[in-house]
Structures are given as structure tokens and as C-alpha cells.
Write a protein that binds this ligand. Sequence first.
Ligand SMILES: [Zn+2]
Length: 202
Amino acid sequence: MPGAAAAESREERNGPSEEESPCAGCGRRTRESRCAHCGAALWAGAFKVRRVLGQSPYSRTYLARGADAEDVVLKELLFTLVPDIQQIEAFEREARLIQGLSHPSIPKLLAFFQEGTGVHLRLYRASEFVPGASLLERIKLDRFSEKQARGFARQVLQILSYLICATTSPESCSPSPAEPKPIRRLPGPKVARTEFPMPSAS
Ligand SMILES: [Zn+2]
């Protein structure tokens, strides 16, 4: 992820756009970088929001497109109270930790940044987009054989084992070179860890 390009595009996005764009959250058209009706971002940093993938009282997750035309998952952290410096430092510390992970079943953290100040502050993490249904969605749709269920469980445990190792003794930890690229759903039943919790927003 080109940090310089992100910064440049962010500068270019300051202020209203000349053209109206539809909000990915409610469909209303606006020239602003954030919809005044539903609060969804139209732009964040260098990323143009394409779709709202999910939201909670404290966060939104977007499908967004970066300066290199690649799709990313953009996680936006919202605050009920203005965050203090410790919360912001915790966000940056966790983002750097995730950025240091290297596992073929964990999408790469491409960028993290913040926008706005005070009550308008938003924190963002942009990660590699892995197409496909989540494991939870698959479980609702498909009936797995015992062999498939064991295979999923083994993959999940391998990822969790790597995460524990990477956060406790990173110098002695490396993913198996035989692991496939990150996949949430492909013809072969492979899984990927695609979600990391954001720091507390309350
Ligand atoms: Zn909206």
C-alpha cells in the first residue's frame, strides 16, 4: 500500500467534491466525503467506499477501492466519547502488531490511519480483501461432512496457533510454507482469519 499516495489522495479529498456521489450506506447523493444522513463515509484517506459490509454501534466495515484500484476491507472505528491519547496509541500499537503478521491465511494489513479531530475523529484499518462467504455464512448454508468439519477446525487451530506464537514469541514463529493463499471460500474448503477486533470504543 503506497503510503505517499494515500497521503496525497487524502489531501486531495479535503473539502466537498465537485460531483455528487451516492452514499454506500443510504443511497443519498452528496458532495461531502461523509454522508450527513447516515454517517457512512464516501471517502476515507485514499479509499473510495463502494459498499457497507457491516456495522455496529462502534464500527463500520466497508468494501473500498484504493488508489491502485485494488479492493480492500476498510474497518472504521467510531467513538461515543472523544478518545484519549491512550486509546489512539492502543489502536496504533495493535495495528503495527497486525501489520507484522505473516501468514498465508491471514489477509495483510495494508494501511492504518486516522481522520478528523475531536468528536469527528475516525480510526481506520485497511486490509486485503478476500472474496467469498464467511465461515458463519457457510455453516448456515451448507451441511459439512465430519471430514470437512475436522478440516476447517484444523485450519482454524493452525491460524490461532500462529497468532498466539506471533504475539508471544515472534522470533521463533513462522507459518507453514505449505499453507495456501488466504481463502474464505473456494471450491476446496479453506478458511482465512479475516477479522481482528478494534480497540474498545466506549
Ligand atoms: Zn448515507
